[in-house]
Structures are given as structure tokens and as C-alpha cells.
Design a protein around this ligand. Structure first.
Ligand code: ZN
Length: 696
């Protein structure tokens, strides 16, 4: 608490002595499209701009409260929506803290977190402000609001209620304390996870222990060993790009076991980076917060504003898919047993055998060779394929800017996104390669969201950040089918941001279980034969992928879906189970809970959830708490939506594409997800498409 007060004092003291040279504090950067001049920005610039942002936003709120005129939609709701512009502008570093993290940025995140909580508490629990908001809400009929304005009002009012505006004094105080503690814990959770992902290694002495591992992975392991002070050896960290190939290709069972356990047990080693106790405290505080808000459990409150609405609806969907998925996984395990027998390996298949033998079984069944396939998926070609689809569907074209746009990272590329009329509607950064300081996984975020400046639409600055396979000696960056799918996925999110066209930033968020629809539907085009023929060219010969390989991709694409679906559902179920608890004992052991719940549902012993609780950043780190189910929920939507194209016999059907763009991509957050879907499809989604798509 004390720290917060001191920091606030610093913020206030700073107000009088701003650095006149700080680019973030200038009215304009003077760069093309006002892209932040990344190379020029220092940690001190960010820090100062944030502190000034906190001060300004607080002042803007006070001005709204002290306005003597009668409350109106304009002078309360719109004024609130407009407040905090400086703070959002200053937050560029927060995206960089995920893609290019440094000790300095991490320290800044830690320093800013309590200040952010303090400001949101000041706003959310401000009685005078809420009285004005409530006045407008209660008199909304008088203002003749259009749909977007009505949505802004609704979201603003609900935001206050969910933030505790209707609570009494004691409850408000307790809630503020909980929020502060939660934000500290979530940051600690993520930082521990980043440590155990990037800085825990399995070191191998001899190359003979790596039999089966592709040459480029061996080279990379040698380079990583060199870098970590183990020259002449081979090192693997816990990034999926580093450790997954071991699990998939290495015949060395002991090594697979070591890597598997280290990956799945990230932040579960009982050391200073252990997340068990942090996770327990987080879910305990979330439950306490839910109780204060009058909910039976955390999930109940979290789902109220989602498409799913209630935990029962989530469980109904997950349970419907769980049975067929487990049955499919059992079939796969039989195949694995047969492969192990042929390999003369004794005993039952273990978790570290699954990927390796499943891959072998797939090769035997369908005669597919991943290494051969990846030769057709060089990363720049894939990117061209992604652009081709966006062009055919939505008329977009992409112009690379090599010289004149600021770069936050030399290996990232910047692009103008141009619509049919020749207008630049967005700036896009593609940042595909792993490096130190980049978080694991893949995501889409933005340096600036779309907005309006008067009548002019301000273009969003959107980035796709991934950890794709790097080039290796003599070979360009060749990608696996999984990586190709991920690139299409993240670009789907980017499309959603490119087209967004709203006047108030307060309406722009869509339900979390709807937000994966644009990303996941975009994956469907990746492996359509007519699309593959455009972009999948052999990196050496330029030859178009042959029909025979396309057929193999098609036939084998559902193989392994038992495993993939079970590990996804298992994570979603544990996430729901933790967040529907109504009591959490002091000695609650999150890992024991995970194991018990899944065993109770009959999970095959060879499969663990895609993330274990101690490294489940979606659920515990925040963002997707009681929300990991969203991926599968959205998949019901995307499979059903893609059928709308398929049904016409043309995957680029312009009429359907236009409807999708108009009703799903553009109005981001103005309507509810179920309404947008209804407008696009003319009916609600059906689950059959998903079951068929996963071959269940
Ligand atoms: Zn996504």
C-alpha cells in the first residue's frame, strides 16, 4: 500500500517537470501514420509518459465529475470513453514486454501494475462518477441513442457494476485490496513462467543421443548450447519450437521423458519459480471477489457477459465432445502400442511416447513425411498464401515498407494494408521468429487500436507475433503444417483488427468466446487444395505442391485429433473446475486437484492437459480465466461459418465473404456475438461441423 502512495506522489510531482524531448508526450510523432518511433523511445520515456498518463486521466475524470451541467450521454459517457488517451498512447511498451522483454521492461511492468490498479479503483469505485453514469443509464430513452451508442452506455454501466460500484464501503475496500494483490500475483505468475520456458534447459552431451532428430534441430540445439556456456553440447529450452521436435522425432526414450517432464512441470519444481502457491492464492482471491459481487463462484460472474452465459452451457458443450474425443484417443493409443511392439519396446505407452509413436503411426498409415512436406512451406511463401486468401475474400492487398517505417525489431516486417479502394486501412507488423525476451506461443496484439479522430478513421497498428521455425544452415525457414495453421490463425485476428470500424473504444471488445471465430475460420483456407496450389511451392525448385501430397495432407489431417482434442478439453475442464469451486481450503494443491478431476473423467493416462495449472497462463495468468473453453466454443462457430462458404461450392464466395466482413469483422463489439452470428448465418451455429472437422 505504501509503495503505491509513494509512486502516486512521484506521479504528481512529475507533473511540473516533464521532459520536453519525450516523443510520447508530443502531440504528434511526425512519423508515417503516426507509428511510434520505436528506435528513439527509452525506458525513461515510457515511464514518464505513463506517469503523466495516470495524472491526466485522473484529471479528466475529475473534470467529468465536477462538470456543473446536467449529466448527458456526451458529457459523461463519451467523455469517459475519450479519457485516458495519453495513457493508451504510452502503453506501447506493454506489447514490447511480450515480444521483446528485458529486465528494464519487466521492472517497469511491476512498477506500473499497482498504479494501474489504483487508477481503475479510483474510476470504478468513484461514487460521484457512477452517480452520473447511472443517471445517464436510467434516462437513456431521452437521448435518442443509436445502436453503437446504446452499446457503449450498456458496457460502461455494466463495467462499473462489475467493478464494484454498487457495493458498500467495506466491500469496496476489500475489493480494491483483492484487485491489487491479484495484479501482483498474475505478473509474478507470468514472469516465473517466462523464466522456466526460456531459462530451463535439458543438456545433451553427444549427438548420438539425438537419433531421429532432424538436422536443423540438432544445429539449433548446438547453437543454444554454445550460447548457454556448453560448447560442443546440445541444449533444449522449453519453447515448443525447441522441445517439441525431441518429443516427436527422438528415438531416445530417456531424453524424451526428461524433456516432457521438464516442459509439463514448468513452475512446478518447488523452487523460487514455482507457481503452485501463486495459483492457489489467485483462484482463492477470484472466488472471494465473485462472492463479494454476489455470484456463487467465479465462473458464474465471468460468463455472464459471454456468449455461453452460464457454466452449465460450457460443461454441456465440453461433455458432448469429451466422450468421442477420449474414444478417438483410445484408438490412437492402440496404434501406438502396435508401433511400440514393432519397435520391441516393452511396457505400456507413457506420456513421452505419445507424440513420437503417433507420428510414426501416422507415417505408416498415410505415408506422410513432415520434413518433406515442410519443404513446400517456406515462411515467406506461407505469408503470401495468407495475403492471397485475404485478397480473394476481402479485396485486401499488402505493400511491404522496408525503408521508411519505424521498426521495433529488425527481423519484423511492416506492411501497409490496402483495401479495394486503395485506402490504407491498417499497418501490419509480422514478427515470426523466436528470440530471447519473446514470450512462448503466438499472438496478435496492437500498438494502437482503430479509432476516430473527428471524422477521420485512425488506422490500427497490428502485429502478429509467433515463434516459427528459424532458417537453418542451407535451408530457409521451412514450417510444419501446425505452424502454417498458426500463422493463418493469428492473421485471422489481425483481419478482425484491420476491419474494425467503431467510433468509441469502449465498444470494441467482443465476447471472449466469440473472439476466436475470425482467427479460427481463417485456418480453414490454409490447406484447401486451390489455396495450396497458389502458395505451397518447393523452396528449392519452385515446383507447386503435387496433388499426391495435397491428398496426403487431406487424408491425414484428422489423425491425432483424439490426442489434440483431449489435451485441449482437459485444460478447458480444469480451468472450469477451478473456477466453479465454492470453497478453497488453505492447503489446496492445484496439481493434485488437476490430476484428480481428470482421472475422475477417465482421461487416458498417456495424456496431460495442454497446460498444467502451474504454467496455464491463459487461465491463471489472466485473460482466459474460466474462458479456455472459448477456443472450442469458437470452433463450433468457425466450423459452422466455414460451411456457409462450402455450401455455395465456392470457398471464396463473394456474397458470403461480404456478409462475414460486414456482420462479424467490422462491427466489432457493437452487437452481441449471438446477434452478429445470426445476422451473418441467418441462424445459430450447430456443433456437427466441429465433430466432422475433427473426425470425431
Ligand atoms: Zn487466437
Amino acid at each position: 500500500m505504501k509503495k503505491t502512495m509513494i509512486a502516486t506522489a512521484v506521479a504528481l510531482a512529475l507533473a511540473g517537470s516533464l521532459n520536453a524531448q519525450n516523443p510520447i508526450l508530443q502531440k504528434r510523432y511526425g512519423t508515417p501514420y503516426e507509428i511510434p518511433p520505436f528506435e528513439k523511445l527509452t525506458i525513461e520515456n515510457y515511464r514518464e509518459a505513463m506517469l503523466e498518463g495516470f495524472r491526466l486521466e485522473r484529471q479528466e475524470i475529475i473534470d467529468i465529475i465536477e462538470n456543473k451541467e446536467a449529466p448527458t450521454f456526451e458529457n459523461v459517457i463519451v467523455a469517459l470513453d475519450k479519457s485516458g488517451k495519453q495513457l493508451s498512447k504510452a502503453r506501447i511498451w506493454s506489447s514490447l514486454n511480450s515480444s521483446n522483454s528485458t529486465d528494464e521492461l519487466r521492472a517497469l511492468a511491476k512498477e506500473m501494475s499497482p498504479l494501474s490498479s489504483e487508477l481503475s479503483n479510483f474510476i470504478n469505485m468513484n461514487e460521484a462518477l457512477f452517480a452520473k453514469v447511472k443517471h445517464v443509464y436510467d434516462h437513456q430513452k431521452e437521448y435518442g441513442l443509436d445502436k453503437e451508442q446504446a452499446s457503449l452506455l450498456e458496457k460502461t454501466y455494466k463495467g462499473f457494476v462489475n467493478g464494484g460500484a454498487l457495493l458498500d464501503e467495506d466491500q469496496k475496500k476489500e475489493l480494491a485490496g483483492i484487485n491489487l494483490r491479484l495484479s501482483e500475483l498474475q505478473i509474478q505468475f507470468s514472469q516465473n513462467l517466462m523464466h522456466d520456458t526460456n531459462n530451463s534447459y535439458v543438456i545433451v552431451d553427444k549427438v548420438s543421443e539425438l537419433a531421429g532428430l532432424p538436422e536443423e534441430n540438432i544445429e539449433r540445439a548446438a547453437a543454444l548450447a554454445e550460447k548457454t556456456g556448453n560448447p560442443g553440447k546440445y541444449a533444449f529450452n522449453m519453447q515448443r519450437t525447441s522441445c517439441n521436435p525431441v518429443l516427436q522425432y527422438c528415438s531416445n526414450r530417456e531424453l524424451r521423458k526428461k524433456v516432457y517432464l521438464m516442459y509439463n512441470d514448468r513452475c512446478n519444481h518447488g523452487d523460487e519459480f514455482d507457481n503452485k502457491e501463486i495459483a492457489r492464492e489467485i483462484i482463492t482471491l477470484r472466488l472471494r471477489r465473485a462472492r463479494i459481487m454476489g455470484h456463487g463462484n467465479y465462473a458464474e460472474g465471468a460468463l455472464e457477459t459471454k456468449m455461453a452465459q452460464k457454466p452449465e452451457n460450457v460443461y454441456a458443450l465440453l461433455d458432448q465432445i469429451w466422450g468421442p474425443a477420449v474414444a478417438k484417443a483410445q484408438e490412437e493409443i492402440q496404434d501406438i502400442k502396435a508401433m511400440m511392439k514393432a519397435d520391441k519396446v516393452k511396457g505400456q505407452p507413457q506420456r513421452w511416447d505419445y507424440m513420437y509413436y503417433l507420428d510414426k503411426a501416422k507415417k505408416a498409415k498415410f505415408n506422410v513425411d513432415d520434413a518433406q512436406l515442410s519443404e513446400y512451406f517456406e515462411i515467406d511463401a506461407v505469408q503470401q498464401g495468407i495475403f492471397y486468401v485475404a485478397n480473394k475474400l476481402y479485396g485486401l492487398s499488402f505493400n511491404e515498407r522496408t525503408e521508411d517505417y519505424p521498426v521495433y525489431e529488425p527481423t519484423a516486417k511492416s506492411w501497409d494494408v490496402i483495401d479495394r479502394n486503395g485506402n490504407v486501412i491498417a499497418i501490419f507488423y509480422s514478427d515470426y521468429f523466436p528470440r530471447d525476451g519473446k514470450g512462448a506461443g503466438a499472438w496478435c496484439s496492437s500498438f494502437r487500436g482503430q479509432s476516430y479522430d473527428g471524422a477521420a478513421r485512425v488506422q490500427p497498428i497490428v502485429m502478429n507475433v509467433c515463434n516459427m521455425t528459424l532458417p537453418s544452415e542451407g535451408k530457409p525457414a521451412l514450417q510444419t503444417l501446425d505452424n502454417v495453421e498458426t500463422m493463418f490463425h493469428e492473421f485471422g485476428h489481425a483481419l478482425h483488427s484491420f476491419f474494425r470500424n467503431v467510433h468509441y473504444s469502449g465498444v470494441s471488445s467482443v465476447e471472449r468466446d466469440f473472439v476466436e471465430l475470425p482467427s479460427q475460420i481463417n485456418e480453414h483456407w490454409a490447406f484447401e487444395p486451390e489455396v495450396l496450389k497458389v502458395y505451397a511451392k518447393h523452396y528449392k525448385t519452385g515446383e507447386t505442391i503435387p496433388d499426391e501430397l495435397i491428398e496426403k495432407i487431406e487424408k491425414s489431417s484428422n489423425y491425432g485429433q483424439g490426442f489434440a482434442t483431449v489435451e485441449l478439453l482437459a485444460a478447458a475442464l480444469v480451468d472450469m473446475d477451478m473456477h466453479t469451486l465454492t470453497e478453497i481450503p488453505e492447503d489446496f494443491d492445484v496439481m493434485k486437484f488437476q490430476a484428480e478431476r481428470l482421472a475422475g473423467r477417465g482421461i487416458p493416462v498417456q495424456i496431460l492437459p495442454r497446460y498444467s495449472v502451474t504454467n496455464f497462463s491463459h487461465s491463471i495468468g489472466g485473460g482466459y480465466s474460466a474462458g479456455y473453453y472459448s477456443y472450442i466454443w469458437s470452433e463450433v462457430l468457425d466450423c459452422d461459418a466455414f460451411q456457409a462458404f462450402k455450401e455455395t461450392g465456392d470457398i471464396f464466395n463473394q456474397e458470403v465473404a461480404e456478409r462475414f466482413c460486414k456482420y462479424v469483422l467490422t462491427p466489432r463489439g457493437i452487437s452481441k456475438g449471438s446477434e452478429m452470428y445470426q445476422e451473418f448465418r441467418g441462424r445459430q451455429p450447430e456443433v456437427e461441423g466441429l465433430l466432422k472437422n475433427r473426425g470425431l
